[in-house]
Design a protein around this ligand. Structure first.
Ligand code: 5AD
Ligand code: SF4
Length: 482
């Protein structure tokens, strides 16, 4: 699954440690999912070794990079607007070079160089290590492009520079690409086939984060439950692995358990889960370890079995409900969130009602809801007419959002009167005197700072809430506190 788009971060540019002798300036900004933000940290790390320090001032940049998203048309339009802005700046700084990274680079390839005259450099998600060579081409006055997708690349050997970091929570990527071929989704085309990263390099990255005081890691991938390491290579080639490789293979449940055992003072989250790959062993690992968060992002896309089939999702409505029942019985206090698309081609009012009734059934804590946006080249674009009028899509989307808000509030309210464990992340946006952190269930909690610090695990007694935020008072450190 492509991941959750955090609106507040969209378009933020990155800051990082500076190398003293570096003379060139890089401005890098990211759009889209968490994987893109994570990739930008890899790119910034590669460029740090090439003499580039980052700047947050576009006007003084020698190199401007934009890491792009193609998931919906709106995401692409936002990037086009940013290119217009760079163009204006370039008029006063003609030496400035502009590069496009990520999914739009992969989708549009050399078309970008033709359509957007301002662009000097186009780099797809698997080609970031080639940026130093590509920059040489650009310096010599030629446009440069590398959009080759890889079977192997996981950037496991690049230590990302933590950018925009609160020093408490970090993302660590464990898989890249997606083999699911949901008919609406551009991701398999822009990010290639699914491959997993060596568990050794994952654990080393977490060890490094732990030694630098980080307290929470989110294991990241388009489809984390499908994680499978058997010595390298594509997930789809596992059948061809030797007996020895199969005997020593590591799956997601094992990886998560290793993390939980090896780092008892750190919390672990993961995103995103695909219903058909979420096996029972993972649920038992989540239930067994206190430091594995009780939260599953489980996109469903639609509550209608017929639409799920059109989307090429590998499960029915009933199978999804059975999985939710299993989650509820194995991890009773688990929160669950969704991604839903309103107005997929051929969606009837009855299909839409099925989506609403599924939301009622599952009682999702959170949701990320979108109206269908046809993506060129996807199976849905080739086979199905985008036949739901825009006003109908928007009305259905609104009904889904309204219902989710109502249920989300009920779910948030269930914590009132309880004492919950919170990892403090940062000062609350609303008040200098309050901390903001999250519960294991991923609900945001704000409370007076007293003498607690960012990175502390504390027990907070919940007294009140808004629709998505709990309000309370700290009572003590929790058992996770070291
Ligand atoms: N139109 C609308 N939403 C989409 N998503 C993916 N592709 C599309 C599309 N073509 C949504 C899905 C996915 C989330 C990241 O974005 O719900 O889970
Ligand atoms: Fe997620 Fe499906 Fe897209 Fe893969 S193809 S990223 S599973 S929505």
């Amino acid at each position: 699954m492509e991941k959750v788009i955090e609106e507040s971060l969209q378009g933020t540019s990155l800051e990082l440690a500076q190398k003293e002798n570096n003379t060139k300036k890089l401005f890098i900004e990211s759009y889209g999912c968490q994987m893109n933000f994570s990739d930008s940290e890899v790119v910034a790390s590669i460029l740090l070794d090439q003499g580039y320090n980052t700047t947050q001032n576009l006007e003084e940049a020698d190199l401007v990079l934009v890491n792009t998203c193609s998931i919906r048309d709106k995401a692409e339009q936002t990037v086009r607007k940013r290119l217009e802005k760079y163009n204006k700046v370039k008029r006063s700084n003609p030496k400035m070079k502009v590069g496009v990274l990520g999914c739009m680079a992969e989708r549009l390839k050399s078309k970008f160089l033709e359509e957007e005259k301002i662009v000097d450099l186009v780099v797809g998600p698997d080609a970031y290590k080639d940026i130093p060579n590509l920059l040489k081409e650009v310096e010599e006055g030629r446009d440069a492009i590398n959009v080759i997708l890889s079977k192997e690349e996981t950037y496991g050997d690049v230590s990302p520079v933590r950018l925009m970091s609160n020093g408490v929570t970090a993302f660590v990527s464990i898989t890249r690409g997606c083999d699911n071929m949901c008919t609406f989704c551009v991701v398999p085309f822009t990010r290639g086939r699914e491959r997993s990263r060596d568990p050794q390099s994952i654990l080393e990255e977490i060890t490094d984060l732990y030694s630098r005081g980080f307290k929470e890691v989110t294991l990241l991938g388009q489809n984390v439950d499908s994680y499978l390491w058997y010595g390298g290579g594509l997930k789809k080639d596992y059948d061809k692995a030797t007996d020895m490789q199969k005997a020593t293979a590591v799956d997601f449940a094992q990886l998560l358990e290793n993390c939980a055992i090896q780092f008892p003072k750190m919390r672990f989250r993961f995103s995103t889960s695909n219903p058909q790959d979420m096996h029972e062993e993972v649920l038992h690992v989540i239930a067994k370890y206190h430091n594995v968060c009780k939260y599953i992002h489980l996109p469903v896309q639609s509550g209608s079995t017929r639409i799920l089939k059109e989307m090429n999702r590998q499960h029915t409505r009933e199978e999804y409900m059975a999985l939710v029942d299993k989650i509820r019985s194995i991890i009773p206090n688990c929160s669950i969130s969704q991604d839903i698309i309103a107005g997929f081609p051929t969606e009837t009012e009855q299909d839409h009602q099925d989506t609403l009734s599924l939301i009622e059934y599952v009682k999702y804590d959170f949701g990320f809801m979108f109206s269908y946006s046809e993506r060129p080249g996807t199976l849905a674009a080739r086979k199905l007419e985008d036949d739901i009028p825009e006003d109908v899509k928007q009305r259905r989307l609104q009904e889904i959002v309204d219902l989710q808000r109502e249920i989300g509030l009920e779910r948030t309210q269930r914590f009132i009167g309880e004492t919950v464990e919170v990892l403090i992340e940062k000062t609350s946006k609303k008040s200098e005197n309050e901390w903001s952190g999250r519960t294991s269930q991923n609900t945001v909690v704000v409370f007076p700072k007293e003498n607690y610090k960012a990175g502390d695990f504390v027990l907070v007694k919940i007294t009140n809430c808004t629709s998505a935020t709990l309000i309370g008072e700290a009572v003590n450190y929790s058992e996770m506190h070291s």
